[in-house]
Design a protein around this ligand. Structure first.
Ligand code: ATP
Length: 262
C-alpha cells in the first residue's frame, strides 16, 4: 500500500483514491483524494458535473464508494451508512433549503440533536449554536418559514453543529441567496472554522468561497486537478481564467500549487 493510500491521522477527514458513481452509470469520481486538516475550510471548485457534490455524498454515506477509503481522524469509516458517518463526526448540509418551514427555529435546530440522549449536552449545544448564530437565538421561537433565505441557511448550519461534528460538509450554501445574505453565510462559514469545526465546502461562487477557504481543490472529471492554498489558487492566472471568471490576472504563484491531490 503506497503512502497515498494510508491514513495519516493528522487530518480530520481523508478521502483516498475514491472511485464512485451512480448505479450502473460511468464513474463520477475517478481516484479522487481530498484531505481536510483541523480548523480549516477546504473548498472544492470546478466545472458543472465535475463531481463536487458527489464527494460530499460519499463523505456523508449517502453514496457508497466503489473503491478507495474514507478516514476520520485516521480511522477507516469506508462504506458506513449515513447515521454512522454522522456518529463518526461528519455532518452534511445539503444543497437547497432543508428547513421545515412550518416548524419553529427551535424545533428545526433540535432535530439535529435526535441522536443525543444527554439533556445537559443538548442544552450546551443549544447555547453554543445560539452564540455562534445570533439570528438563531433572536428568532428561536419564530416559525422557520418566516426567516429570510440567509437566516434559514444559518438555522441549517446550527442544526448540523448540534452533534459536535468534526467536519461539516456544506453543499452550495449561497445558492439562491442575494449578495448580502451570501456575505453573511460566508462570514458564518469562517466563524464555524474559527470556532473549531472544519468545513468541506462546495460552491459555485468559487472566487468568494476561496477567499474564505484555507485550501482549495480544483476538480475536473472526477479527480483533483490542482490543489493548494486557496490564496494561491486565487492568484493563479490560468486557474482564474478557467474556473474563476478572471479576464486577466497579474500574479502567478503556481509554485505552491500541486497538480493532483493535496
Ligand atoms: N443521483 C444521481 N443519479 C445519477 N447521476 C447523478 C446523480 N447525481 C449526480 N449525478 C451525475 O454525476 C455527475 C457529477 O454530479 P455532481 O452533482 O457531483 O457534480 P457537481 O460538480 O457538484 O456539479 P454542479 O456544479 O453542477 O452541482 C453529473 O454527471 C451528474 O449528472
Amino acid at each position: 500500500m503506497g503512502s497515498e493510500q494510508r491514513g495519516s491521522g493528522e487530518h480530520l477527514l481523508e478521502l483516498v483514491d475514491v472511485e464512485a458513481g451512480y448505479g450502473r452509470a460511468a464513474l463520477v469520481l475517478r481516484g479522487l483524494t481530498v484531505r481536510v486538516p483541523p480548523a480549516s475550510v477546504v473548498c472544492l471548485v470546478g466545472p458543472n458535473g465535475a463531481g463536487k457534490s458527489t464527494v460530499l455524498k460519499v463523505a456523508s454515506g449517502m453514496l457508497t464508494p466503489r473503491s478507495g477509503r474514507i478516514l476520520v481522524c485516521g480511522k477507516d469509516v469506508t462504506s458506513r451508512r449515513p447515521q454512522q458517518m454522522l456518529e463518526a463526526g461528519l455532518s452534511h448540509v445539503l444543497q437547497g433549503h432543508s428547513v421545515f418551514k412550518e416548524m419553529t427555529v427551535a424545533e428545526n435546530v433540535l432535530l439535529g440533536a435526535y441522536t443525543l440522549r444527554d439533556r445537559s449536552e443538548i442544552a450546551d449545544r443549544v447555547a453554543y449554536v445560539k452564540e455562534l448564530f445570533p439570528v438563531v437565538a433572536e428568532r428561536w421561537d419564530a416559525l422557520a418559514g418566516a426567516l429570510s433565505g440567509g437566516q434559514q441557511k444559518q438555522v441549517e448550519f446550527a442544526r448540523s453543529l448540534m452533534v459536535s461534528p468534526k467536519v461539516v460538509l456544506l453543499d452550495e450554501p449561497s445558492m439562491g441567496l442575494d449578495p448580502k445574505a451570501t456575505e453573511t453565510v460566508f462570514a458564518q462559514v469562517a466563524r464555524m472554522r474559527d470556532a473549531g469545526t472544519a468545513v468541506l465546502l462546495v460552491e459555485q461562487n468559487a472566487r468568494r468561497a476561496l477567499e474564505v477557504a484555507d485550501l482549495g481543490c480544483v476538480l475536473d472529471l472526477g479527480r483533483v486537478h490542482i490543489s493548494g492554498p486557496a490564496s494561491d489558487l486565487l492568484a493563479d492566472p490560468q486557474l482564474g481564467e478557467l474556473y474563476l471568471g478572471n479576464r486577466r490576472s497579474s500574479t502567478a504563484s503556481s509554485k505552491t500549487l500541486k497538480t493532483g491531490s493535496q
